[in-house]
Design a protein around this ligand. Structure first.
Ligand code: SF4
Length: 224
């Protein structure tokens, strides 16, 4: 199978069976999405969603977050991973948005990455989800699943994965493609033991095509 055929298979499958893929973070506006994505670094969406309602109630917008006191904000997110760093990031983000961007969250990757706690992946998520820009956010799931399927070749880091993927994925599908691979990586192509036996992408998967009988037994695809 050529690389282009793999992409066609994967995109075809998801377009048919998962046409509505979207982020699992709960949010109602750009501000809430930005806060939730900053909080989701190395933390599950589920855990973030448990804590954002109280945070958004107390700090419903950039102005309120700008006025936040460290201890109060920390208290609301203390059971999310790296609460100290994330408290500083949120306060720094609100300050920068207020003082450098007139209180409006910017909507270009180049501007967003100037905000504390916002890297290229987060900026790509925000611009693709909010503004449908063709920016491919590459997290650990997208990185792993792309490599296993053979959609990327020898990508050494998320940027290389991003650049390879956007060469093949039609622009209008980039925002969805990111969610498709995240959900696939989260629930099927999981890191330690991919569920190949039940994976509908098997026919196009490079990793699967190279599995030996022994590998398949270890993954539970063939009973030992
Ligand atoms: S066949 Fe296995 S390795 Fe390939 S995408 Fe599916 S779960 Fe992942």
């Amino acid at each position: 199978m050529t690389r282009k055929e793999r992409f066609d298979f994967v995109i075809g499958y998801f377009q048919t069976f998962k046409p509505e893929a979207e982020t699992e973070l709960d949010f109602e506006n750009t501000y809430q999405l930005l806060v939730a994505v900053i909080l989701s670094a190395q933390c599950t969406d589920k855990r973030v969603n448990m804590h954002t309602p109280a945070l958004f109630h107390k700090y419903p917008n950039i102005d309120k977050l700008y006025d936040a006191q460290y201890d109060d904000l920390f208290d609301l997110i203390k059971s999310i991973s790296f609460p100290g760093n994330k408290t500083r990031h949120l306060m720094g983000m609100a300050k920068k948005v207020k003082e450098n961007f007139g209180g409006e969250i910017p909507m270009t990757v180049e501007e967003l990455v100037q905000l504390p706690g916002v890297g290229r992946k987060t900026a790509n998520v925000i611009t693709s989800v909010v503004d449908n820009q063709p920016n491919m956010a590459v997290d650990t799931h997208v990185f792993r699943v792309s490599a296993r399927l053979g959609l990327t070749l020898n990508a050494k880091n998320p940027l290389q994965t991003e650049l390879q993927l956007i060469k093949y994925v039609p622009k209008e599908l980039v925002p969805k493609f990111h969610h498709w691979l995240i959900l696939h990586g989260r629930y099927t192509c999981i890191a330690r033991k991919p569920k190949c036996a039940q994976c509908p992408l098997k026919p196009a998967c490079k990793f699967y095509s190279k599995l030996t009988k022994k590998d398949k037994e270890a993954l539970g695809i063939i009973p030992e």
